[in-house]
Design a protein around this ligand. Sequence first.
Ligand code: G6P
Length: 586
Amino acid sequence: MCGIIGFIGETIKGTVITDALKKLEYRGYDSWGTAFLSENKIEFFKQTGQINGIPEKIKKINSSLAIGHTRWATHGKISKVNAHPHVSVNNDLALVHNGIIENFSELKEKLSDKNFFSETDSEVILKLIEEKVNSGKSLFNAVSESVSLLKGSFALLVFSSKEKDKLIAVKHESPLLLGITEKGIFAASDQIPLSNFTNQFVFLEDGDIALIEKNNFKVFDFSLNEIKREIIKVESEITSSGKLKYSHFMLKEIMEQPFVLKSVLSQEEKNFNEISSLIKDSNLFFIGNGTSFNAGLFGKEFFSRIAGINPQVIEASEFPYVLDFIPENSVIFALSQSGETADVLDSVKKAKKKNLKIISMVNVFNSSLARLSDKVIYLNCGEEIGVASTKAFTSQVSLLYLLANSVKGNFNKALNELNELSFKMTEVIELNKNSVKELSHKIKSSKDVFFIGRSLNYGVALEASLKLKEISYIHAEAFQAGSLKHGPLALISDNVPVVVIAPKDKVFSDTLNNAIQAKARGAFIIGVSDENNNEFDFFIKLPKVNELLFPLISIIPLQLLAFHTAVFLERNPDKPKNLAKSVTVK
Ligand code: G6P
């Protein structure tokens, strides 16, 4: 993971780099650092923790060549020395890296200088380049020869104070793009930090080395053949990247969800029809991680109930192990907000080698996953910055509903339903925003919180428990309501909160019975339903909707519950510990 940024061009303030880096913090926020070319020397800064309060030195710096990094530790503990940039012994080379170098120990053995400042795999890359530069090679040749020796994933930015008109960027299995502006060229892990500067991007491909100068760039492969890479203008649907009136991005993103449903209206029917024909008679596999995996569970339900297709849903990190056993006419449907999650990309690349068709549902335009896919549905829900996914989930689930309907020729009918639902969603927020805050106060000192549901609503239980655990650090787990009695009931004691997701549908009374069994052992029952019941100790009131769409409204108060609990516990919901939004390592 980690986020990287670089710039070469006219002189800019140091804070341009730290501001951009802050927007990359969702990729990792254990530590951060920057390196600037300043009066022909490299000035660098490193700090552990998040970017809070920019050092005076950076505020005073003006520079025309700079790099920055925000870290999610993989090799080496969280410390100032392990933070990037790594700088050479002579202080003339600086490098930032996102990825993992698998053969770093072998390479270390071969290096003549074994004095490392840090415990990172990344410093090995710097040392390789340093040796070659010291033997008289140009920076570009030193970098290209060095990267040919690396195994693993790497997005790199390197510069030298001795060749101050160049910034070198290398991409291999970690995301990297260039942002073209009138004042110079940026390189960054994604488009988000550059949204104030440009909408013109060059999406580098694996195996690209870019030689970037103030006003132009050239791209080569590792054998130094020049490659043409186009500048692509991204017409952005992106909403404001600020928090607006909200205290946190997560809260803003939760509140944006009614609009996310409305944005579904801009989906093109033609794209849905083409995808429908591809999947109609196929063996369909949904893959994804985290919240995107959970969204896939709803895809499975919608496709089997609406379209008569019975897909499988497989966690992307497990998918390579089943690939040998899946039929030839299979279609892989990859779900990913970022389009950069390593497990998903790995699975998709392996599936492509077997000539399987790839369809993806992605938020980030032209992300690696989008580029690997035969067909793409974009979420169009705007930037999602909070590490815990909220509006992207809503977008994924509603688009899967639309697609399942489209297979049956009901695209427009489903569009209207989703449009209607956006009003209900606003109602849900209004109905519950204060009471859920109260509830979070009640559960904040619980050791465990359980979520139960049957059928479709088990998926809601899974997603709601993921939200609570990832941002509040309270142990939260989801169970199929009927399975409580086969083990989990042993965990219930006085006042343990059990959230029961149970609309008044065919399975309501069965689910309620399971809630009663928990209540008999002391549980505090939180009912999430369109009808109140005496057994509920706390009621989250939802309007009546089509039962297939209930998950789209029931998840909202549960996202809010997770949010307020985290805030009460003084945990930053936007940046939970140990996690990152875009997980680009396997
Ligand atoms: C990380 C994030 C989750 C996200 C998952 C998949 O674990 O913390 O919020 O759901 O990655 O991300 P993707 O971008 O592939 O949807």
